[in-house]
Design a protein around this ligand. Sequence first.
Ligand SMILES: [Zn+2]
Length: 150
Amino acid sequence: MDHGRVKELLSDYIDGDLGEKERQDVEEHLERCKECCEEFEQLKKTVNVLSGFQELKAPKDFESKINDRLKKRVRRRDRDTTPLSHKVPFETICLIMLVMLIAFYIMLYLLPQMTSDEGFKQDKVPEKKEERDKKEEEERHERRVYRYSK
Ligand SMILES: [Zn+2]
C-alpha cells in the first residue's frame, strides 16, 4: 500500500470504519513508514480534541442550577436591609470628613490667593509683549545693517 492510499484511509482507520484487510495493510504501513505514522498521530490528536468538545456539552440540569442560584442570591439581597452606616466602617467616614475639611480649607484660603496671583500675571503680560516687540525691532535693524554692509 502506498502513502497516498494510507493517508486517505487514516481517518476511517481511526474511526474503525475499515475492513479487516485494509486495516491490516494500514497498520503494516504505519509500522514501516515514519511519515505516515506522524500524520496518523497528528490526526488522532485532532480527533481526540474534537470528541473532547462533544463531551463538553453542558449537563441537562446546568441551566436550572444556575437559575436556582440566581434566585437565591436575589432573595438574599432583598432580605439585606442593613443601613448604610453599618456597612461603611467608621474609619472611612472619618477619612471622607477629613477630605471634605481639606477641600473646604483650600476653597477658603488657597483659591483667593490663586486668583490674585493670576491678576498679577495679567498685569505683567503687556510689559512682556513690549519687550518682545523691542527685540524684534532690534533684530530687524541688525539685519538691515548687515544687508547694507554687504
Ligand atoms: Zn507512508
